[in-house]
Design a protein. Structure first.
Length: 141
């Protein structure tokens, strides 16, 4: 129980740091900014292919029933590695099918999120001293 509580407190701290836009890491400062992006709706052109979802392809209209919920992430690293913890929740009764990125920002997920309604993911930073900016989209259906 204590380990579980410590994990929740640690995750909450990461989220607070990501939302406020700054985290102090050993040996330097890393700036993190997270902002919502426009939700991509059916009929909008997809800016990317989505792994595991054959219906969503770059340059093609997003099919009926899908919603792509995005977050814009900008990370400027000094010396230490840091990223942002991001929470995604699909609207209504929709379920997560996949994730997609736009730009050089990456992400990782600790659990199997497919067919769940919500999950946490972590964005990944670039090399030291670089600014990395991109969007992460949750694909909901």
């Amino acid at each position: 129980m204590r380990t579980h509580l410590k994990s929740i407190v640690a995750l909450a701290t990461v989220v607070i740091l990501a939302v406020t836009g700054a985290s102090i890491a050993a040996g330097g400062t890393t700036q993190i900014a997270v902002q919502p992006t426009a939700t991509l709706m059916p009929g909008d052109m997809s800016p990317f292919d989505v792994a595991g979802v054959k219906a969503i392809r770059r340059g093609k209209a997003i099919p009926s029933g899908y919603r792509l919920i995005g977050r814009q992430v900008t990370i400027t690293r000094d010396r230490a590695s840091a990223g942002a913890a991001l929470f995604f929740r699909c609207p209504g009764h929709k379920r997560l099918k996949s994730f997609a990125t736009q730009g050089p920002v990456g992400f990782s997920a600790d659990r199997r999120y497919v067919d769940h309604r919500q999950t946490w993911v972590r964005s990944g930073p670039g090399k030291r001293g670089e600014e990395v900016s991109g969007a992460i989209y949750a694909v909901c259906r």
